[in-house]
Design a protein around this ligand. Structure first.
Ligand code: G3P
Length: 225
């Protein structure tokens, strides 16, 4: 089970790298837009430096034609290294590019996945990760949890090495459901780590422990005994 951060906010990545067992970072043009007019590769190289060599960086192409996607992929690899996962939307052009790039040994995250057919074709094309858009699927009245489970079943049935990296979450519960569907990885916005680990139920319980302690031992903690 892998947790990645879906952000290009270098400060947030540096913070949460120390909090969660971070497996990597995913980005896309919309994620990068949130950072404003930053130098694209400069920011990605900074993120790469923050997360270190043992964590994955996923970077999405912009081009939409097969040849353009291949050129974008080659530039991403040239700038950021061959260990980088190149994210490619599973369109006809994208799938054609994925097949070419996999023959070159490029790491691929097949993204913008909403349908079973997209996922099945990406698995057959040898994608390293599938990135189904959980919240967006639900918004389109697609049973996201069911579709992700079909991907997991297809991967197991075919002995594929592809992994499901679920993305697009707007609630903690959606993240839970994606994991419960069998997704091997999730990529989440940093805000959901805080929402998931510091809701009022959790914080009230911790506050009660502190209060009970201080009623017997006064201020301070165990170290102060
Ligand atoms: O990787 C795709 C993800 O960033 C999409 O998230 O919230 O725009 O659906 P969202």
């Amino acid at each position: 089970m892998e947790f990645l951060l879906d952000t290009a906010d270098d400060a947030a990545i540096a913070k949460y790298k120390e909090i969660i067992p971070l497996a990597g970072v995913t980005t896309n043009p919309s994620i990068m837009k949130k950072e404003g007019k930053v130098d694209f590769f400069e920011r990605l190289k900074k993120i790469k430096e923050i997360i270190g060599a043992n964590r994955a960086l996923h970077v999405q192409v912009v081009a939409t034609t097969r040849d353009g996607i291949i050129k974008d992929a080659h530039r991403i690899i040239a700038e950021l290294g061959k260990e980088t996962y190149v994210k490619i939307p599973v369109t006809q052009e994208g799938l054609a590019a994925i097949r070419v790039l996999k023959k070159e040994g490029v790491r691929i995250t097949a993204t913008a996945i909403y349908t079973e057919l997209q996922g099945y074709l990406a698995i057959c094309a040898g994608a390293d990760y599938l990135a189904p858009y959980y919240n967006r699927m639900l918004e389109s009245n697609i049973n996201a949890k069911e579709v992700l489970s079909y991907f997991v079943e297809a991967i197991a049935r075919t002995g594929s090495k592809t992994q499901v990296l679920a993305a697009s979450f707007h609630t903690v519960q959606q993240i839970n459901e994606a994991i419960e569907s069998g997704a091997q990885a999730v990529t989440v916005a940093p805000e959901f780590i805080e929402k998931g680990l510091e809701n009022h139920l959790i914080m009230d319980a911790v506050s009660d422990f502190s209060s009970d302690w201080s009623q017997i031992h006064g201020a301070g903690s165990i170290v102060d005994l």
